[in-house]
Structures are given as structure tokens and as C-alpha cells.
Design a protein around this ligand. Sequence first.
Ligand SMILES: [Zn+2]
Length: 88
Amino acid sequence: MLEIKCPHCGLRSQNEFSYGGDSNTKRPELGKEVSDKDWDNFIYLRDNPRGKHSELWHHVAGCRQWFKVLRDTSTHEIFKTAKLTEEL
Ligand SMILES: [Zn+2]
């Protein structure tokens, strides 16, 4: 079982968390015209990297805060966690 260190609560079981995707995905600017293709790419297209990956996680069964995790997708080793306002 994976253990994740929430930057707000400390080390907890993976069961308390929900994966939120790539933390580097940028939403198209609000109020700006976006093509259907660009919108589809934002909604559906994601990289599937092997190795270190910056991710978003949600502490669903804890403080309910979102935070960033730097994790190796092949070994699941977690190198660092950080609040959304902090750098990884
Ligand atoms: Zn927490």
C-alpha cells in the first residue's frame, strides 16, 4: 500500500486520496475564444509519462485539500509533496 504525505496532515494511507491528473495541464483562458480542437485536447489528451511526473492529488478522506505530488510512475516512489501555492 502506498503512503502519501499530505502537506497539511502528514503521512496517510493511499486509501484517503484521489488522483487528480497532471499538475502541469493548463486550462484555456476564461472568456477567450477556443477552437473545438483545442478544447478537446484540453479535456481528453494527456501525456502518459514513464518516470518522474508532477501530479495533483486530493485528500478526500482527510483535509479535502488539493496538493502536488512528484512521483515516479514506474516505481510509485514519491519524491516530494507540496501545497498548490508551493513549488515542487
Ligand atoms: Zn490532508
